[in-house]
Design a protein around this ligand. Structure first.
Ligand SMILES: *[C@@H]1O[C@H](CO)[C@@H](O)[C@H](O)[C@H]1NC(C)=O
Ligand SMILES: *[C@@H]1O[C@H](CO)[C@@H](O)[C@H](O)[C@H]1NC(C)=O
Ligand SMILES: *[C@@H]1O[C@H](CO)[C@@H](O)[C@H](O)[C@H]1NC(C)=O
Length: 730
């Protein structure tokens, strides 16, 4: 009885995942909304509590506000880039069962995804053409060896299989992570120390923490570190660390290699005020600051989803799919030219390539916390179902992910991605004439955008990933950080007790709780194809010019100098406020009417750079953050900035290493990599859960259009916007 309860608690972290595995296709869609709708029937007939969820269009497939409940079992691919379907996963699974290299051996699948056809094939393909052969790219581990295989789904042929001579291991499977959290219980010393610390074994929740790599070259096994927390009296066990206790496990055998048991003098922080669930807030804590709010779309949303994965909105069209490692993959993004009405290529593929999250505490129980969430944990695997009305507004369309478990059986991650239109009251463009001219002009256009969102909960932390499409041609890529800090237990209750010389490695957030300083880097792979694949990277440097004596009353001004990057090293960019530049990706063979090359620029947002030493092992592995921008020649095997196998790798196969080859990149098919960074010095407001912190960068047209591409959009008018004016109508 006690054992069973304990197991349940240990699985807490992955409860959602397991639930999904078991309920498979039966997730209700959309989840029912129990909120009391406003009574706003008086103003306009569309605006009633009954039909406010529905648009009048009967077309179920095309109308995103009317998503069909998906069973996925009968899904078929429509596009060369469509992800593997349930039927295809099952076929791959049965092909692999009888594949000689794996037959009669215990094996685990660490990745099964569509092996995308060659870019040239995808670019040529048009709707109505037969699909190119469907293939799966598989990473399987058997008897300690990682195999990278290609499975032809039509012919059942398996190719590849060669052992990878890389130092790292493939991403953990969900089964790796869940089994690691319970494995320490098989060890009597572990049980004893837990009990000696006054913790009931039923109150234990443990986390699988990737062990990183710290200079040993002879480690020939997959290792993981497990640290535990007390769940007693709170759902927020992250705030109750059992400090100093670290279990080193062999991930394959589940054998306990070493237990480090320090910090017994450190109390487990109290549970009071740590729970963040609304249901557990007291009446005194509940705040009613605002009236209910929602954006209404009287005629329904303006986007459609065709063939499950093609998103069409305003002047944009792109392919969207979930991915276990990257989370969201946007492909074939094209924007319609307002003059020629033609769709023009902007980006062949964009995705979150890797995350790097080093903690800034070199002590025994903390130094190894240097996460790479995509290559170690699977950023998409950690994306939980989005919560309608709160994660995404009304009228959002939800897309499910279909992923394989370690034995190849597919499962459905419901509501993994949402697509919605956002109107935040912002302005697309405006101008008013002032009285000096005597002209009565007031022209303003509202700004509406299309958001593709995913939210990954990588254990304690939540990352909100948005791809925002704007009608003016901008793609904004935005990352929000929320969730719960990874905290450290301390004997200190108050800063009064802390000697000024002592390094806490962070901030005292509450009694016995330190929020440890850390960084987040999110590196994006952006295969821009601006009006075609052959592009160049141009740094447009603003340089100070001195005027000649007598030339002008001015002594200095700025001039834009264009420097075309010839090779990869020319395109390794460190941002600097006093070395301002624009970063253009241009098509040198396509010019505008007045002769400028068409282009898109990457516009960096508030960002942080890694200050770790280059000889620090985590920075060696995370060397893709050494620059904020890199440009490499397109190479389909170079997609993961930290390398194909990131887990425990030694940093010999990553973006920094590839870029050192210094290959030519001028007028070639090129890929731009951008890293968004955050330094995080925790503060008390981050306790017990963090308000969202966001940062973003833009891909913005630069001489791509002949003129303002949204000159022709109309202003809002009252008659188009019946108002659900609940307060006024009462
Ligand atoms: C540790 O405790 C758990 C829960 O009580 C129990 O199931 C397990 O057998 C114990 N391990 C050992 C080695 O005694
Ligand atoms: C791109 O440039 C390469 C040479 O670098 C050339 O072979 C290829 O035809 C060009 N592609 C296009 C679409 O112009
Ligand atoms: C493509 O990338 C792989 C992996 O980095 C590398 O081995 C190969 O040489 C690259 N090909 C070219 C043409 O650069």
């Amino acid at each position: 009885m006690e054992g069973r309860r304990l197991l349940r608690l240990l699985f807490l972290l992955f409860a959602t995942v397991l639930l999904l595995l078991f309920t498979l296709l039966n997730f209700p869609y959309p989840p029912s909304n129990t909120a009391e709708p406003l009574d706003c029937t008086t103003y306009s007939p569309w605006c009633t509590s009954k039909n406010r969820f529905q648009s009048k269009k009967p077309d179920l497939v095309k109308n995103p506000s009317y998503p069909t409940r998906h069973h996925h079992a009968a899904d078929v691919p429509h596009h060369p880039l469509d992800p593997l379907t349930i039927q295809e996963f099952n076929k791959v699974r049965s092909i692999l069962k009888s594949y000689a290299l794996l037959e009669n051996k215990p094996y685990a699948l660490h990745s099964v995804v569509l092996e995308e056809p060659e870019k040239s094939v995808v670019l040529k393909w048009q709707k109505g053409d037969p699909l190119p052969p469907r293939k799966a790219s598989v990473v399987a581990r058997a008897e300690g060896v990682s195999h990278v295989l290609t499975v032809d789904i039509d012919t059942s042929e398996v190719t590849g299989g060669h052992e990878m001579h890389l130092s790292g291991y493939p991403p953990m499977s969900m089964e790796d992570m869940t089994s690691a959290t319970v494995a320490p219980l098989a060890n009597a010393d572990f049980n004893r120390t837990i009990i000696e610390r006054g913790i009931d074994l039923v109150d234990l929740a443990c986390l699988p923490i990737s062990s990183g790599w710290f200079g040993k070259t002879d480690e020939k096994r997959r290792l993981i570190k497990v640290q535990c927390y007390s769940t007693k009296d709170t759902a927020n066990f992250y705030m109750r660390p059992i400090e100093g206790l670290t279990v080193l496990l062999d991930l394959d055998t589940k054998e306990v290699v070493e237990i480090t048991d320090e910090g017994r003098n450190i109390p487990i922080p109290k549970a009071a005020n740590t729970d963040y669930r609304y249901s557990s807030q007291s009446t005194h804590q509940k705040l009613k600051l605002l009236n209910p709010i929602s954006i209404e779309q009287p005629k329904g949303p303006s986007f459609t989803i065709e063939d499950e994965h093609i998103v069409k909105w305003a002047n944009w069209e792109f392919h969207l799919k979930p991915d276990p490692r990257a989370g969201v993959i946007i492909s074939r993004a094209m924007v319609r030219d307002p003059e020629t009405k033609e769709l023009r290529n902007v980006m062949y593929k964009g995705l979150t390539s890797e995350l790097f999250v080093p903690y800034m505490d070199p002590t025994d129980a903390w130094y190894f916390k240097t996460y790479m969430d995509a290559g170690e944990y699977g950023f998409g695997l950690q994306a939980m179902p989005l919560e309608p009305l709160n994660d995404c507004p009304r009228n959002a369309y939800y897309m499910d992910g279909v992923f394989p478990s370690a034995d190849g059986t597919p499962y459905v991650r419901s509501n993994m991605i949402c697509v919605y239109e956002s109107y935040a009251g912002d302005i697309g463009w405006r101008h008013s004439e002032c009285p000096i001219t005597g002209m009565e002009i007031r022209e303003v256009r509202p700004k509406v955008t299309l958001v593709v969102r995913m939210a990954a909960s990588v254990a304690n932390y939540d990352y909100i990933m948005d791809w925002v499409f704007q009608t003016d041609g901008v793609i904004r890529i935005k990352v929000g950080l929320s969730g719960i800090l990874m905290v450290k237990g301390t004997p200190y209750m108050n800063m009064d007790e802390v000697n000024q010389q002592e390094n806490l490695y962070g901030t005292l957030l509450s009694e016995n709780v330190i929020g440890v300083i850390h960084d987040h880097y999110i590196t994006f792979y952006l295969d821009l194809d601006v009006d075609g694949s052959n592009n160049s990277f141009v740094k447009v440097n603003l340089e100070r010019q001195r005027t000649k004596p007598g030339e002008s009353p001015r002594r200095s001004y700025l001039k834009a100098e264009r420097n075309v990057a010839k090779t990869e090293k020319d395109a390794q960019v460190k941002l600097g406020l006093y070395d301002p530049s624009e970063f253009h990706v241009i098509n040198p063979s396509k010019k505008t009417r007045v002769g400028n090359p068409v282009g898109y620029k990457v516009v960096p947002g508030g960002t942080a750079a890694s200050l770790l030493s280059h000889d620090d092992p985590p920075q060696k592995r995370g060397a893709f953050t050494n620059n904020q921008i890199w440009v490499t020649p397109y190479n389909e095997t170079e997609q993961w900035a930290g390398g194909l196998f990131v887990y425990q790798n030694q940093g010999e196969d990553n973006l920094a290493v590839w870029s050192e080859r210094d290959r030519p990149i001028e007028n070639k098919d090129i890929v731009l990599w951008y890293t968004l960074g955050f330094h995080h010095i925790p503060c008390q407001e981050d306790f017990p859960i963090m308000p969202t912190v966001s940062s973003s960068f833009d891909l913005k047209p630069v001489n791509f259009f002949e003129s303002n591409p949204i000159l022709g959009i109309p202003p809002n008018v009252e008659n188009d916007l019946p108002n659900c004016n609940a307060a006024a109508s009462v």
